[in-house]
Ligand binder design. Structure first.
Ligand code: ADP
Ligand code: ASP
Ligand code: MG
Length: 412
């Protein structure tokens, strides 16, 4: 007997036919004693459509003052899928029950639209499994201390699934999606991207953080926390996908680069001409932090030594831009900034790999690949296991392909 958590993403449950196919597949692979929890996302583009619907009320529905109501709206998407999938199981003769995030005891903080899981008490899930039911759970959502629905950020169903697998001490967590594993780059934009048999939590977390949308970064953190191997695989084929785990077991470890990630949802903000005084950066970034806006690449440079003036340039997620503009508008006066520039057509391309530690030539090779593709680098940042470059959004395909060709020439 095994307890397995299986997560199906939006494209896997995009139509009622696909939902029936998911139910059939699960039942065809289920052994009689298996206990199965299925986490599902909203059907197809439902979440995007709900956001568009809200923009009919205000063109910027992600403003802080709407956050609670956005969650009330967005959580309906997953509720449609769980109801339909539970019905599909019943049609096939399998007892099943649909449960919302609140009903499975998924407690979150109250940071609406960007919630974090504080704890899970899955008593109800155990009870229903013990009655022989397949439990179908709404991904992407939990409830805060008031019982209000809170969503976990885009792609959050991955995190729901892995967290639930951890809390239930599941034997396995499978993430079913529209690709058959994790690749060395997004296979939608790099034709020769290579599928990995395995990747460590450490490297996958960095890939995800830098834009590899196949897994939400927090889901990888959860997997590492609970030490649950995560199997990323295709909904539409039966072949083995990629296992995300603590350490490699089958593949060689001595590759310099594990993959190339890119992120198109980046805005660059330049706060120009601020006094070079203690406390200026603190005032600016504290105001952004208080508004729950994550700041990524940060560069401060001297604009004018004689007048003791700096420029502070940083990047944020595009979805935070409306709120960030408001915060910066108020703060730039406080810190006496000369002006603020916003650029929306930006992208971040990154290389990731624990093997690059101690290989000084790796960054130079990445910059060379960008130069060959005639891509200008705006900002460079590094972490222990990654190098990232901010480039023009319109050049991201050339940039990623050129870098991939440099490090994975065999795939050509
Ligand atoms: P789901 O709806 O199943 O959660 P997502 O769209 O969130 O699916 O994630 C799957 C997509 O992630 C793929 O279609 C692919 O375009 C994208 N992706 C980005 N980087 C990678 C990568 N390195 N490996 C595999 N897929 C990737
Ligand atoms: N439906 C949500 C989204 O589109 C959550 C998810 O798919 O993981 O972001
Ligand atoms: Mg996803």
């Amino acid at each position: 007997m095994a307890l397995v958590v299986k997560k199906f993403g939006g494209s896997s449950v995009a139509t009622t036919d696909k939902i029936l196919a998911v139910a059939q597949r699960i039942l065809s692979e289920k052994k009689p004693d298996d206990k199965i929890v299925v986490v599902v996302s909203a059907m197809g583009k439902t979440t995007d459509n709900l956001i568009t619907l809200a923009s009919g009320i205000d063109t910027q529905p992600y403003k802080a003052r709407y956050a609670r109501e956005m969650d009330m709206l967005l959580t309906t998407g997953e509720q449609v899928s769980i109801a339909l999938l539970a019905m599909a199981f019943k049609k096939l003769g399998q007892p099943a029950i649909s449960l919302t995030g609140a009903q499975v005891g998924m407690r979150t903080n109250s940071v609406h639209t960007k919630g974090r899981i504080l704890g899970i008490k899955p008593k109800r899930v155990h009870e229903e499994l013990n009655k022989g039911q397949i439990v179908v759970v709404a991904g992407f959502q939990g409830a805060d201390k008031f019982g209000d629905p809170v969503t976990l950020g885009r792609g959050g169903s991955d995190t729901s699934a892995v967290a639930l697998a951890g809390a239930l001490k599941a034997d396995e967590c499978e993430i079913f999606t529209d690709v058959d594993g994790v690749y060395s780059a997004d296979p939608r934009i790099v034709k020769g991207a290579r599928k990995m048999k395995e990747i460590t939590y450490f490297e996958m977390l960095e890939m995800a953080r830098l834009g590899a949308g196949v897994m939400q970064p927090r889901s990888v953190e959860m997997g590492q926390f609970f030490n649950i191997p995560i199997h990323v695989r295709s909904t539409f084929t039966k072949e083995t996908g990629t296992i995300i785990r603590e350490d490699y077991t089958v593949e060689e470890k001595d590759f310099e680069i594990r993959g190339v990630a890119h992120d198109m949802k980046v805005a660059k903000i330049s706060v120009i001409g601020v006094p070079n005084n203690p406390g200026v950066a603190h005032t600016l970034f504290k105001a952004l932090a208080d508004a729950n806006i994550d700041v990524d690449m940060i560069v401060q440079s001297i604009r004018n030594i004689d007048r003791n003036i700096n420029d502070i340039v940083f990047t944020i997620n595009l979805s935070d831009l409306a709120e960030a503009k408001k915060v910066i508008g108020a703060t730039s006066e406080k810190i006496n900034a000369a002006h603020v520039l916003v650029e929306e057509d930006m992208a971040k391309v990154s290389i990731v790999g624990a093997g690059m530690l101690g290989s000084p030539g790796v960054a130079a090779r990445m910059f060379g690949a960008l130069a060959r593709a005639d891509v200008n680098i705006d900002i460079i940042s590094t972490s222990e296991i990654s190098v990232s470059c901010l480039v023009k959004g319109s050049q991201v395909t050339e940039a990623v392909n050129s870098i991939h060709d440099e490090f994975f020439p065999d795939s050509l």
